[in-house]
Design a protein around this ligand. Structure first.
Ligand code: NAD
Length: 494
């Protein structure tokens, strides 16, 4: 049955939304955690307070299913049909899923409906369609041997997700991992488990065997760590902060040396050269800086602008920021909702205070919208005079604070862009083809977009350099590599 966004909002108001563990033959302990919405800090329901024992239970069924071959040994065409059915069900329930992410994360409903869900649905269809087109190789051998290079599913995959794009991050990890034939255990962020719960329910409806996909909700320190340390999980694909990414390397080193794929944080530069088309650039610069309340790993949070155009660009950005309405994300006209939770709101606020103390100057925004009630609302804020020593230049804020710095030469611009421990994404603006060719090569980031803000699309691999992550890529056919291992089968003819 289709559920409308209004029905989801009603259930949220009544505190009726639930995300439990979904594990075959699961004994629910009944332990649960309150789920509050950042919109007004009210209780919208509960999620299961998963424990290490639940991870154990999920791993047991995942391993048994992998060994039985109930999923991995289906022909690619059969697996594809199930994945396609799942994609269709997700498409049919996209309004419900969008509304769940809206109330859970405080994301604007229009974004959830028009950006997140189309990308989520596309991801499911794309991997369903790709899975029966993945070929191995035949090695060049003599007549007496046959060398086959084949790609096999790895086994039991743990997928640990962040809260900023709940449905989409679920799709980025789970669709390729499951399409490749693995058994997957997914742990959504404790702040945003609702859409993951619904999508796993829909997977079962589509015919994914229960043992091939489990959901374990709960806290990072309990469920996340139990996944990281489990001796019978073969690989963990993690998206989240660099700080927690480091912990997964430790968990692996101290347990079974499972593979770890890290997609972590960023402090992405946006470089604007003097020859840029400023009017064309402004909407992209604004989107890179403030889209999704800047709770975006590839957020272009450092604006590095040629000194000769600094003031004219700032004037245009300040004018553009007036159209970014802050308010209740359930309202269709709102583009900036609340920060995801109080603790995060406090962290972003403290960056405002520290930046002012360090000498940066607010030229736009800076307001905390307490008149919107008990939610966690911060206006898009532009800080000028930011220098590389400042906290705002160095640290990922994950909130709507844009740091503006200036440069005078191309070399200085590139040095500033690369002056970060991160390397997830970058964008720059120039109409000079020679400069475009040179700078695109010299910026150290996994995705460099030119004359626009983009993370590429489903066909292109997404992942970072330096402390933004390593070990694999999301998206593109490269994501299959993350979830398969290469085997050589060498056949000898006597
Ligand atoms: P986080 O690191 O706090 O949490 C991510 C996940 O790890 C959650 O499921 C959480 O429960 C779990 N976790 C937390 N503590 C844990 C622990 N001690 N042991 C095991 N698991 C634990 O990240 P977040 O706050 O949910 O997300 C924001 C971060 O994610 C930002 O740094 C952002 O840049 C990054 N991110 C990166 C990408 C990317 O593709 N590179 C995409 C989205 C978000």
């Amino acid at each position: 049955m289709k559920i409308t966004k209004e029905q989801v909002f009603e259930r949220a108001k009544g505190g009726q939304l639930w995300a439990g563990c979904l594990i075959e033959n699961y004994q629910d302990s009944g332990a649960k955690l309150e789920n509050r919405t950042p919109i007004d800090d009210s209780v919208i329901g509960y999620i299961a307070d998963g424990q290490a024992a639940d991870v154990d239970a999920a791993v047991t069924v995942a391993r048994n299913t992998f060994i039985s071959g109930d999923w991995k040994n289906l022909s690619p065409q059969e697996r594809k049909q199930v994945m396609l059915r799942w994609a269709t069900l997700i498409e049919q329930h996209s309004e419900e899923l969008a509304a769940l992410d809206c109330v859970d994360a405080g994301k604007p409903i229009t974004e959830c409906l028009n950006t997140d869900m189309p990308a989520t649905i596309e991801t499911f269809y794309w991997y369903a369609e790709a899975l029966d087109k993945m070929f191995g190789k035949v090695a060049p051998t003599g007549q007496q041997e046959l060398g086959l290079i084949v790609h096999e599913p790895i086994g039991v995959v743990g997928a640990v997700l962040p809260w900023n794009f709940p449905a989409q991050m679920f799709a980025w990890k789970v669709a390729p991992a499951l399409a490749a034939g693995n058994s997957v255990i997914v742990k959504p962020a404790e702040l945003t488990s609702l859409s993951a719960y619904r999508m796993v329910e829909l997977a079962y409806e589509a015919g994914v065997p229960k043992g091939a996909l489990s959901l374990v909700c709960g806290l990072g320190e309990k469920v996340g760590e139990a996944i990281g340390r489990h001796a019978d999980i073969d690989i963990v694909s993690f998206t989240g902060s660099t700080e927690v990414g480091r912990l997964f390397l430790k968990y692996s080193a101290e347990s079974n040396l499972k593979e770890i794929v890290l997609e972590c944080g960023g402090k992405s530069p946006q470089v604007v050269f003097a020859d840029a088309d400023l009017d064309a650039a402004v909407p992209h610069i604004m989107a890179a800086a403030f889209w999704n309340m800047s709770e975006n790993c590839s957020c272009g949070s450092r604006l590095i602008v040629h000194e000769s155009i600094r003031q004219s660009l700032l004037d245009k950005l300040i004018a553009a920021s007036t159209s970014w309405k802050v308010g209740n994300p359930m309202d269709d006209s709102v583009s900036i909702g609340p920060m995801v939770e109080k603790a995060h709101f406090e962290k972003v606020k403290s960056f405002i205070d520290v930046s002012i103390k360090e000498g940066a100057k607010i030229v736009s925004g800076g307001k905390i919208h307490s008149e919107l009630g008990s939610g966690w609302y911060i206006e898009p804020t532009i800080f000028d005079n930011v220098t590389p020593e400042m906290s705002l230049f160095k640290n990922e804020v994950f909130g709507p604070l844009l740091a503006v710095s200036t440069f005078s030469t191309d070399e200085e611009a590139i040095a500033l862009a690369n002056d970060t421990h991160y390397g997830l994404a970058a964008s720059f603006y120039s109409q000079n083809v020679h400069r475009v060719m040179k700078v695109a090569r010299q910026i150290n980031a996994g995705t460099v977009s030119v004359n626009g803000f983009s993370e590429g699309n489903i066909t292109t691999p997404f992942g970072g350099f330096k402390q933004s992550g390593f070990g694999g890529k999301d998206n593109g056919l490269e994501a299959f590599e993350q979830y398969t291992q290469t085997k050589v089968i060498w056949i000898i003819n006597h």
